[in-house]
Design a protein. Structure first.
Length: 325
């Protein structure tokens, strides 16, 4: 349960991975590198260093903290350990986290105004109740509206965090999210981007294709997508081509599978997979930007409707008796 509520802020994690990559490149012992890189950023750094001194790999030590390090991050680090490119994988993770942090900041800045207006719409139109019936009725109306919303959001967030370390529960969560229009497609693109990028790194490091496919599937960070990838792998078999496995999964656009087929024919699998990951990431970012643009507008429309409904109810409650006279 360590880190369930505190977590590991993206900004701090980015700095941690970058510092750790630099120290590993400088041949600093891994336990010392962890302790130094985590100073002021990761309170659990000394515990992780002790696990490494006890004979655990870095990926296994980090996997003991599922609420701090995602399965994707652990899998990417395991890839670096297997291929001897740990510093490279840490730098890749740092870059991805930095980009994610920028996206989150952008989304947050666009959501501030709609969230403020939504609270305004709850507290201000209800002032008539404060004047008419007193503070108790006013607080009951306003807080009675906000508390269930906060409660539902808190339960969903906690359930998702708990699901990060529970396979079956996380699969149900990912499957449910996949069914949500627009959001499901964005989450699939993110998982496929991670899978294709991890597969590219593994192939470049000399990992056998069938083994690289399985490791990359674990690194995609989405249990629903992973189950389809595993299913396509089992149907094609270890002797099949990567492009066949990807096509059988029915997850990838034809542009990406065509690149993979070209890479298999020319012996340039790593670069072609990297290009495919770029295409998937471009599509992912395009859809995220669309959501970030439309969501505040939809929230404002919803707030406008709520304000209108509240004002209508208050006016009816106030003046209906007059009209009935």
């Amino acid at each position: 349960m360590n880190g369930l509520f505190g977590g590991f802020p993206l900004k701090n994690k980015t700095v941690f991975f970058r510092q750790l990559a630099t120290m590993i490149t400088s041949a600093l012992p891994l336990d010392r590198a962890i302790t130094t890189a985590g100073t002021g950023l990761l309170p659990q750094a000394r515990e992780i260093a002790q696990k490494i001194l006890a004979g655990n790999s870095l990926s296994k030590a980090l996997a003991a903290y599922p609420f701090l390090f995602s399965e994707y991050e652990v899998a990417m680090i395991s890839t670096g350990e297997t291929s001897g490119t740990l510093d490279t994988q840490l730098n890749v993770l740092a870059q991805e986290l930095e980009q994610t942090h920028q996206l989150v900041q952008s989304l947050t800045s666009k959501m501030v105004y709609p969230v403020f207006v939504s609270h305004f719409a709850i507290f201000v139109p209800s002032l008539v109740v404060l004047i008419k019936d007193g503070p108790e009725a006013y607080l009951k109306l306003t807080l009675g509206t906000l508390f269930p919303i906060y409660l539902v959001l808190g339960v969903l967030w906690t359930a998702y965090r708990l699901g990060a370390s529970t396979g079956t529960f996380r699969y149900l969560i990912d499957t449910t999210l996949n069914l949500i229009p627009v959001l499901g497609g964005v989450l699939r693109l993110l998982a496929l981007t991670r899978f294709t990028r991890a597969l590219s790194h593994l192939i470049d490091a000399g990992t056998l294709p069938y083994h690289a496919f399985q490791v990359a599937a674990r690194a995609c960070g989405n249990n629903w997508v992973r189950s389809l990838l595993y299913g396509s792998y089992q149907r094609v078999g270890t002797d099949g081509k990567l492009s066949q496995m990807m096509i059988r999964s029915q997850l990838f656009p034809i542009t990406v599978t065509s690149l993979v087929e070209s890479g298999e024919e020319t012996g340039q699998m790593g670069p072609m997979l990297a290009k495919g990951a770029e295409l998937l990431e471009m599509e992912y970012r395009s859809r995220v930007n669309l959501i970030m643009t439309l969501l505040p507008v939809l929230m404002l429309l919803a707030v406008g409707g709520l304000v209108g409904f509240r004002v209508y109810k208050l006016l009816m409650a106030t003046y209906a008796p007059i009209f009935q006279m």
